[in-house]
Design a binder for this molecule. Structure first.
Ligand SMILES: [Zn+2]
Length: 422
């Protein structure tokens, strides 16, 4: 089966990503990478010679989307690991990371910062390596000594330039004019969106989430320069003061949105976010990953996310995978859907929408992916068990029978169904 053939997937229960009721005994016809027909099997009239694949008893969903991921190939979570490792070694590992994500049914991702995402995007789209469609942002700005810049911690005796040539997901940049130049340079690198860090992220004692990391003037120039070129802005923000400012500035998505002190998203901010169509990517699962694994998210944080959801803020699924030993690639992406169900009490359908329809909107790809509809790319997955009765069915790779990206079955020969989860 190649993407230019016309073929039909018959008999699966279709969960199309729109949130509507599943369609039993469905038929989906694919041609030239696109979906050309979706109907009940009994009403479909197939043209002569069309290949068919019988999926009776199986479940057909849109390819999933992880809206917050770092493909950085690091072997550990200590800054010393990142800067002593060769960038070549990291790049090779990143190739395995993108493959693992695709093997778990994620056909699109939105990068949240990576030294390698622009190159991975190109290698994947030219067909050199298997991986999801990547929305890339390269190395976005954090303040000097901010969340993406570990220089001051253990490494102050090492020449700064050398350390900074190895930072895996961000680049330090300060001041209005330097930020303006950096955003313009990133646009020149052909990024798909701009990511920046408005607050700390809890990496070490001076990287506190409660501290804002940029002035309003600095953040204004980031947002203005990005929007001037039609690029969206994805903003790491973990305290209410910063969140209020960036909502007023009109960023397009808020990442994490929580706080170590348990401040919660209040109704006023949630309503503003909903009115301005600002997405919220809570990255729940990473809180339960090593090395600083939490047992439970603090109640106020959960309440804030739930309030946002009930007041119409679109919640999107993002794993924040950043290092294979602590956030294994692929499985962490799938687990985020389980976290939305278990921690935020989403229905399985709402969790699926967070990783399909709403995620595609956040990636500005809703015209081409995020649901199984006529005209869109045939990005689809086939699984053995019903994710609406158990969302965790998505976490076990052995449940995944097919991954189609733009109509083409990835991993032909069912490697995915035999592979062990890492
Ligand atoms: Zn992140």
């Amino acid at each position: 089966m190649t993407s230019s053939d016309e073929y039909a997937l018959l008999g699966a229960t279709l969960i199309d990503g729109s949130g509507g009721p599943p369609l039993k005994d469905s038929a989906v016809v694919v041609k030239n990478a696109r979906i050309i027909e979706v109907a009940e099997r009994k009403v479909i009239r197939l043209r002569e010679g069309v290949q068919t694949l019988d999926l009776t008893g199986l479940f057909l969903l849109p390819g999933l989307i992880d809206c917050h991921i770092h493909f950085i190939g690091v072997s550990g979570w200590q800054p010393i690991d990142w800067i002593t490792e060769s960038n070549y070694m990291e790049a090779i590992r990143a190739v395995a990371e993108v493959r693992a994500v695709l093997e778990h049914g994620f056909t699109t991702v939105r990068s949240a910062g990576s030294r390698y995402d622009l190159h991975l995007r190109r290698a994947i789209s030219e067909g050199t390596i298997p991986g999801p469609r990547i929305r890339a942002c390269g190395l976005g700005p954090c303040r000097s000594s901010g969340h993406g810049d570990p220089v001051p911690r253990d490494l102050y005796d090492i020449p700064e330039d050398w350390v900074r040539s190895s930072l895996p997901w961000a680049q330090p940049c300060d001041g209005v004019e330097d930020l303006r130049k950096l955003i313009r340079r990133l646009i020149g690198q052909n990024v798909d969106h701009i990511k920046f860090w408005a607050t700390g992220g809890g990496f070490w004692s001076r990287d506190r989430m409660r501290d804002s990391h940029y002035s309003v003037e600095e953040m204004t120039v980031i947002v203005e320069e990005a929007h001037m070129f039609g690029l969206r802005v994805m903003c790491h923000a973990e305290n209410m003061e910063a969140i209020r400012k960036i909502v007023d500035l009109g960023v397009d998505s808020i990442e994490h949105g929580d706080n170590e002190e348990g401040q919660e998203l209040d109704a006023e901010i949630c309503k503003k976010m909903a009115d301005k169509n600002i997405f919220l990517c809570p990255t729940i699962g990473v809180n339960f990953a090593e090395p600083d694994c939490m047992e439970k998210l603090p109640e106020p944080i959960v309440a804030g996310y739930q309030r946002a959801h009930s007041l119409g803020v679109k919640i999107i699924a993002g794993s924040d995978s950043y290092a294979a030993p602590v956030t294994p690639y692929g499985i962490s992406s799938s687990r985020e859907l389980g976290c939305l169900v278990e921690v935020l009490e989403f229905t399985p359908m709402e969790a699926i929408i967070a990783a399909t329809k709403h995620a595609a909107q956040a990636c500005e790809l809703d015209e081409v992916t995020g649901s199984i509809e006529v005209g869109k790319y045939a990005d689809m997955i086939v699984i053995r068990r019903d994710p609406l009765s158990d969302i965790h069915a998505l976490e076990q790779k052995q449940n995944l029978v097919y991954v189609f990206k733009e109509g083409r079955p990835m991993f032909e020969g069912s490697e995915i169904s035999r592979g062990e989860d890492r």
